[in-house]
Design a protein around this ligand. Structure first.
Ligand code: RRO
Length: 610
């Protein structure tokens, strides 16, 4: 047993066995909150009320465990697990990590780090009968009910009132022995219609003569509890939540602001003396600035997803990325490709090419390396065989033009110029060829000369696809615009090396290979941001749109790129794993814009730039 001098157990790394996992009754929407019971190994210690565990499924697609508060803990008294600790957690389905935890089945094994953090201080019970009431007040908001309900169930000889606030419905209140249980719901589905202030105010605190308040819930609710407690002169203990990686105080990711400086939620918390917590204004949540609230679009109004790129109208901003979508028809039987905004062809050269020898694909955690080497049927073949099929589809057809020299780029551009293809994407960023490709995109001089030469032979809208490998990416982008680019797409794949450690050789014949997929997304978002930031400084008539490329897989990723300043998003690797990824992206984008009141992509575009 590891405990500190106050008897609070220290965390250990352990395996637990799931004994029960089911959706809780009463939560709305149904299935949004799960109850997970986990049996710890024999000899494990019981946690104290207020502590939490980092929970991580053994087979998991997320990197880190998720901090989940204890709802209940007890020692099993019968059966083969007699003497073992059984923990109960209530888990709100929020993202991938919690979805995994909620999908666990009985007898699944789970990794736990815990119990973590401090505990709720026990109320002081007065033995002096003349001292008056010492009833405490317990407040839970949403999933924050779990730790405070867990705390309430450990109280003996202490009377308490319990205030529970939910958006809709209620859960987690079954074991309470409150003198008074007050429920509020935002939608009026249960109890008092409204939020916590509809039931608990400074006056209530005074009238009920509470000796202390214990609360856990959303930040605005805790800020309110702090405010009324201060006004009424009542002590409050607030259980806080923060993003964390380790749970044991080393990652320093979960700090929150207090009058005594930054404190770690996992170590000095999660329960804090309410007096020391600093809550910021309504334009911030947990220290993070937020955009002013927007009204959703009317029920009968849909967001307009269409975008105009270099004079070409796209029905929506989602484009199948070059090299991952062939010529548009290959995916036709897998999903409705006509719903896409655009399709960029495989990189094309004047002459047909066989591409590279050896291994061409290599998967990494969250990424895909490739060394295809510009295999393509050649532009004349493309024009005769593939382009007509691309043009017959609804999405805007984009011809991705590559070459090994200025001359071959120019000859290819001339051929494409004579077709009906509505847009050319000039690829000066292929990482996998010995001549041309990324060599042009690395420097301003190289990029400018390629763009100028191609611009001279075609009036078609010209998007230039850049490499993230350039040390001067922003100047390269500006040089392309100066030379006549109508838009920029970035970024092509990053360069990486993979090694076959058993054979002691590089995985790829050409040693280096292109690297893309979700792993690169945050870097791509930064590069898009920086290029858009530079473009925004140009005179208005010289500004061009930016198409983001780099690991986008979900609608949330698309929103992120648009908020960084992109006008559209190309999706590559994600389609291989989930052919529906782009459809889900379009639908999710529309739903998000409706919910957030964005009528057009332009209204949302670049909002973090402003
Ligand atoms: O064919 C390729 O190896 C390739 C190309 Br053309 C490109 O532009 N980007 C990439 O990652 N691979």
């Amino acid at each position: 047993m590891f405990k500190d001098c106050q008897g609070i157990p220290y965390p250990v790394f352990a395996k637990g066995l799931v004994s029960e996992s089911e959706a809780v009754n009463g939560a709305i929407p149904v299935g949004s909150v799960y109850q997970l019971k986990v049996i710890l190994e024999p000899g494990s210690q019981e946690p104290a009320a207020g502590q939490f565990y980092m929970l991580h499924a053994v087979r998991s697609d997320v990197l880190l465990g998720r901090p989940i508060s204890i709802y209940n803990s007890e020692i099993i008294t019968e059966g083969k697990n007699s003497g073992c600790v059984e923990l109960t957690f209530l888990i709100l389905l929020k993202g991938e990590g919690t979805r995994e935890l909620c999908s666990l089945d009985k007898d699944d094994v789970i990794n736990l780090i815990g119990p973590c953090g401090n505990r709720f201080p026990m109320p002081i019970v007065s033995t002096d009968s003349t001292a008056g009431a010492c009833k405490i007040c317990i407040v839970g908001g949403g999933i924050g009910v779990a730790p405070v309900a867990g705390f309430a169930s450990t109280l003996t000889n202490v009377s308490y009132d319990f205030y529970a606030s939910f958006k809709s419905g209620s859960y987690g209140l079954e074991n309470l022995k409150a003198e008074k249980l007050v429920i509020t719901t935002d939608d009026g589905s249960l109890g008092i219609h409204g939020m916590l202030p509809a039931a608990l105010t400074e006056e209530t605190l005074r009238k009920e003569n509470y000796s202390a308040v214990y609360a856990c819930g959303p930040i605005p609710m805790l800020a309110y509890v702090q405010k009324i407690c201060r006004a009424a002169g009542v002590k409050c203990w607030l259980s806080m939540e923060a993003h964390m990686a380790c749970g044991v105080g080393v990652c320093l990711g979960c700090v929150i602001d207090t009058t005594e400086g930054k404190k770690r939620c996992c170590k000095e918390g999660p329960v804090f003396d309410g007096d020391i917590l600093i809550f910021n204004s309504v334009t911030e949540v947990a220290g993070i600035k937020v955009q002013p609230r927007r009204e959703p679009l009317a029920a009968d109004q849909e967001a307009d997803l269409s975008v105009n790129i270099a004079g070409v109208k796209f029905a929506n901003p989602v484009i199948g990325s070059s090299g991952t979508f062939g010529f548009g028809t290959e995916y036709k039987t897998l999903f409705d490709v006509n719903r896409l905004g655009g399709i960029s062809s495989k990189g094309l050269t004047l002459e047909p090419r066989q591409g590279n020898d050896g291994i061409r694909l290599h998967e990494t955690p969250s990424g895909l390396m490739n060394s295809i080497g510009l295999q393509n049927p050649g532009i004349p073949h493309f024009i005769k065989e593939e382009l007509p099929q691309m043009l017959a589809l609804k999405p805007v057809a984009i011809a991705n033009l590559s070459g090994s020299s200025i001359e071959t780029y120019v000859e290819g551009a001339k051929l494409l110029d004579a077709t009906d293809v509505p847009m050319i994407e000039l690829n000066i960023s292929c990482p996998n060829v010995s001549a041309g490709g990324a060599a042009f995109g690395m420097t301003c001089v190289g990029a400018e000369s390629a763009v100028r030469a191609v611009r001279a032979v075609t009036k078609k809208p010209l998007i230039v696809k850049l490499t993230p490998q350039s040390q001067e990416l922003v100047p390269v982008a500006l040089a392309c615009i100066k030379a006549g680019a109508d838009g920029i797409s970035l970024c092509n794949s990053f360069q990486g090396i993979a090694i076959d450690i058993e054979r002691g050789v590089p995985v790829f014949d050409k040693l280096k290979a292109g690297f893309g997929g979700p792993a690169v997304r945050p870097i791509a978002v930064r590069l898009v941001y920086e290029v858009v930031e530079a473009i925004n400084k140009l005179p208005e008539k010289e500004r061009v749109p930016v198409i983001a490329i780099g690991g986008a897989a979900t609608w949330q990723d698309a929103v992120e790129f648009i908020m960084a300043g992109a006008s559209a998003i190309q999706v590559g690797t994600a389609t291989f794993a989930n052919p529906n990824a782009m459809i889900e992206m379009i639908d999710g984008l529309a739903a998000f814009m409706k919910r957030k009141g964005y009528r057009t992509i332009e209204e949302m575009r670049g909002i973090i730039q402003k």
